[in-house]
Write a protein that binds this ligand. Structure first.
Ligand SMILES: Nc1ncnc2c1ncn2[C@@H]1O[C@H](COP(=O)(O)OP(=O)(O)O)[C@@H](O)[C@H]1O
Ligand SMILES: CC(=O)OP(=O)(O)O
Ligand SMILES: [Mg+2]
Length: 611
C-alpha cells in the first residue's frame, strides 16, 4: 500500500494530489471518467485474517482492485475504483491474480511425479511438506473468454440500486433492490425469472408477474443466458438507467412505449453511476473466500473453479458475461460465493482422507455451499435466539432443490454436508448426495458408463427424481400419501439422511446448540418433513409445537423471517427461516462497496471482522 493511502479510512495521498477527479466529476454532475491506476493497487489490508484461530489457513486474496480513497474527509465520502472485471490487461491486476490452480500446470507422463507444488498452490495446512505429487491429468472444460469492460470510478456512497442475478443452469432469476443513502437495502423495484434457458422449446421471462416469451433465434442464440439477459435488461432499462441498458431497451422497443421496455432516451439522460450488480457464484474455489468485485483475476478464478461445480459455475459465468456486456462501463459487478461462508471450516471437517500430496495438488477438499443462505440465516438467528452472533451455536438445514446442512459454532461454519462439489451430503431433488465411491467405479467398470454418464446420473437423475420419479417434494409427499411405496421410501430415505447429519452436528457441538433452523423450499414449505426430522428427539432437547409448525408458512408469507416452531419444553429453539439469498447478496454488495462491514459471506461475523 502506498504511503498515506488509508484503505477505508483516510486520504489517499499517493492516488490524488489535487482535487479528487471522480469527486470533481460527481460534484459537477458528470459521469466519472476512468482514473489513472492506483500506484499501489495490491493494497487492501483491511481484509480480516479469516485464517486465524480454528479457521482454515487458506491465503485470503487481497482484492487489489478495490481501493477506498476518500480525498477529503470533511465530505465523508468514499470512492471505489473498479477496474475491468473481465479483461486481464493491466499490470496491477496481474499482481492481484490468485495463485494458479494446480490442474492447469502441464503434466509429465502419467504416473510420474512432478516437481513440488509451490507453497501458494498448497491448499491444505499440512504440518510437514508433502512429497511431490503424482500427476493426474485434469482438464477443466474450456469456457469462452468474457467480453472486455473499461476501468470506471464509482462513488460507493452514491449507490442507490443493486441488481442481483442468480444464473442457474436453466434459469436466470433477478431482483432489483433499492438502496438508501445510509446503505440499507430496501424495497424491491423489479423481480423476475427467465426459465427454460438452453431448452429447444422457447423459454419464458416472468417479469413482475408478466410472462413473456424469450426471444428465439436471435443473433446471439435462442434461449441462451445472453438472450435471457438481453430480455431482462430491456425490461429493466427504465429502472437501471445505464446507457447500455437504455440502448437495449431502445433496440427491443424502438417505439419507446409499453411493456416496461421504453424510456431508453430518458434512461440514458438520467444515467448516473448509482447501480451495482451482484452475482451469485456457487464455487469460489480455495481463494475466493469473500464477496469480491469482479476483476479479471476473480473471473479467472471462477472459471478455474467451474470444473468443481459444473452445474452452476458455467451458468454463473454466462450471467456475468451477459450482464457486464449489458450494463457497460460505470457499473461495478460483485461476485458473492456460496463457498465463502464455509471458509472457516476447520481442516478436520474439510479434509478427505486421500493422500495429502494428491489432495493438495488437485484441490481435493470439502468446500461447502449454500453459504449465502447460511449467511442470511446467521444474520437473523442470533437476534432471534437472543445471543450475540459470535456466541451462536446451531444447526441450519437448507432443504431446497439442492440441499445441505451446516453446523455453526460461534456464528461461523464448522461443518457442512456438501463437499468439493454440491453433490455430497443430503438427498436432493435430482442429486444422490452421499454415495459409496465404489458405486461409481462399479458403474464405470461393469455398466459401461463414462464419467459424463455418471455425472449426469448422480446430479440430474438421482435423489428424489431417481427414487420416486419426480424431483418435487410436494409431488413425492402426495404420492406417498396415496400409498406409492417408492415415494414412501424416498421420503423415509430423505428424512433419514437429514437426521444422520443433524445427529452428527449436534454431537459436534457437544450438545450445546441454541437453535435448529429449517430453510429453503422444503425446509420452509413442509411441516411434514420438519416434524419427521424432529420426531423423537425430545431427549436431545428438541420438542416441536405442532400448531406452530403448521402455521409457520402463514407467518413467513406475512413477511416474518424467523418463526419459532418449538414448544416451551424445547431446550433447543427450532425455527423456520425464510431465506432470501438475493437480498443477502445485495447486502453483501453494499457492504463491500461502501467499505463497511465485511460481508456476511466472509466466513466471519461482522463483529469479529472489526467492521
Ligand atoms: N410446500 C412445499 N412442501 C414441500 N416441498 C416444497 C414446498 N414448496 C417447495 N418445495 C420444494 O422445494 C424445492 C425448491 O426449493 P428452492 O429452495 O426454491 O430450491 P432452489 O433455489 O434450489 O431451486 C422444490 O424441489 C420443491 O419441491
Ligand atoms: C449449490 C447448490 O446446490 O445450489 P442450488 O440449491 O441452487 O442448486
Ligand atoms: Mg436455492
Amino acid at each position: 500500500m502506498g504511503a498515506g493511502c488509508h484503505v477505508f479510512g483516510g486520504p489517499c495521498k499517493s492516488c490524488w494530489s489535487g482535487p479528487h477527479p471522480p469527486f470533481a466529476a460527481f460534484a459537477a454532475g458528470r459521469p466519472f471518467a476512468a482514473g489513472r491506476p492506483h500506484p499501489s493497487s495490491t493494497a487492501f489490508s483491511r481484509v480480516p485474517t479469516v485464517h486465524s484461530g480454528t479457521a482454515f489457513p487458506f491465503p485470503v486474496p487481497r482484492p487489489a482492485h478495490v481501493v477506498f480513497s476518500p480525498p477529503t474527509l470533511s465530505f465523508g465520502l468514499a470512492y471505489v475504483r473498479f477496474v475491468n472485471p473481465l479483461t486481464a490487461s493491466s499490470a496491477p491486476l496481474a499482481q492481484a491474480a490468485p495463485p494458479p490452480t494446480t490442474h492447469h500446470r502441464p503434466c509429465p507422463p502419467p504416473g510420474q511425479r512432478r516437481s513440488r507444488p509451490s507453497a501458494s498452490a498448497s491448499l491444505l495446512p499440512f504440518p510437514a511438506p508433502p512429497p511431490p505429487p503424482i500427476c493426474v491429468p485434469f482438464h477443466p472444460p474450456p469456457l469462452p473468454p468474457p467480453p472486455p469492460l473499461p476501468c470506471v470510478w464509482v462513488m460507493a456512497s452514491a449507490l442507490r440500486r443493486v441488481l442481483v442475478l442468480n444464473a442457474g443452469s436453466s434459469s436466470l432469476k433477478y431482483r432489483l433492490f433499492q438502496v438508501d443513502a445510509g446503505g440499507t437495502v430496501g424495497g424491491v423495484l423489479a423481480t423476475g425469472a427467465a426459465t427454460g434457458i438452453g431448452d429447444t422449446a422457447a423459454g419464458v421471462l416472468d417479469a413482475d408477474g408478466v410472462t413473456v416469451p424469450l426471444p428465439a433465434g436471435g443473433g446471439d442464440g435462442a434461449n441462451s443466458h445472453a438472450a435471457a439477459l438481453k430480455a431482462v435488461m430491456a425490461r429493466l432499462a427504465p429502472a437501471l438507467g445505464t446507457p447500455a441498458a437504455a440502448a437495449a431497451a431502445a433496440a427491443a422497443d424502438p417505439g419507446g412505449g409499453g411493456g416496461g421496455g421504453g424510456g431508453g432516451a430518458a434512461a440514458a439522460a438520467a444515467f448516473a453511476p448509482t447501480l451495482a450488480v451482484g452475482h451469485r457464484v456457487v464455487h469460489g474455489g480455495a481463494h475466493l473466500t469473500r464477496a469480491s468485485v469482479l476483476t479479471p483475476a476473480v473471473t479467472a478464478a471462477i472459471r478455474d473453479a467451474a470444473a468443481l461445480a459444473p452445474l452452476h459455475n458455467p451458468a454463473n459465468l454466462a450471467g456475468i458475461a451477459a450482464a457486464a456486456a449489458a450494463t457497460g462501463e460505470g457499473v461495478p459487478h460483485v461476485a458473492v460465493f456460496d463457498t465463502a461462508f464455509h471458509a472457516t471450516l476447520p481442516a478436520a471437517a474439510a479434509t478427505y482422507a486421500l493422500p495429502v500430496d494428491l489432495a493438495a495438488a488437485h484441490g481435493l477438499r470439502r468446500y461447502g455451499f449454500h453459504g449465502t443462505s447460511y449467511a442470511w440465516a446467521a444474520r437473523h438467528l442470533a437476534a432471534a435466539v437472543g445471543v450475540p452472533r459470535p456466541a451462536l451455536n446451531g444447526v441450519v438445514l437448507h432443504l431446497g432443490a439442492g440441499a445441505s446442512a451446516a453446523a455453526l459454532r460461534g456464528g461461523v461454519s464448522v461443518d457442512t454436508s456438501m463437499g468439493m462439489t454440491p453433490g455430497e451430503g443430503l438427498i436432493m431433488a435430482t442429486r444422490a448426495g452421499d454415495i459409496d465411491a465404489g458405486v461409481v467405479t462399479h458403474l464405470m467398470r461393469h455398466v459401461g458408463m463414462t464419467a459424463a454418464d455418471v455425472d449426469d446420473l448422480l446430479t440430474r437423475r438421482s435423489g428424489l427424481a431417481g427414487l420416486a420419479g419426480t424431483p418435487d417434494m410436494r409431488a413425492v409427499l402426495a404420492a406417498a400419501d396415496a400409498g406409492a411405496p417408492a415415494a414412501r421410501l424416498a421420503v423415509d430415505a430423505y428424512v433419514h439422511r437429514v437426521r444422520r447429519y443433524l445427529g452428527a452436528y449436534l454431537l459436534g457441538l457437544g450438545g450445546d446448540a441454541h437453535v435448529l433452523a429449517f430453510t429453503a423450499g422444503v425446509g420452509e414449505g413442509s411441516p411434514r418433513i420438519r416434524a419427521a426430522v424432529c420426531a423423537g428427539l425430545e431427549r436431545l432437547g428438541i420438542v416441536l409445537d405442532g400448531d406452530a409448525n403448521e402455521a409457520a408458512a402463514a407467518a413467513a408469507a406475512a413477511g416474518r423471517v424467523v418463526t419459532t416452531i418449538s414448544g416451551a419444553a424445547s431446550r433447543i429453539r427450532v425455527v423456520v427461516v425464510r431465506t432470501d439469498e438475493e437480498r443477502e447478496i445485495a447486502m453483501q454488495v453494499v457492504e463491500l462497496l461502501r467499505g463497511g462491514v465485511e460481508g456476511g459471506g466472509g466466513g466471519r461475523p461482522a463483529a469479529a471482522a472489526g467492521g
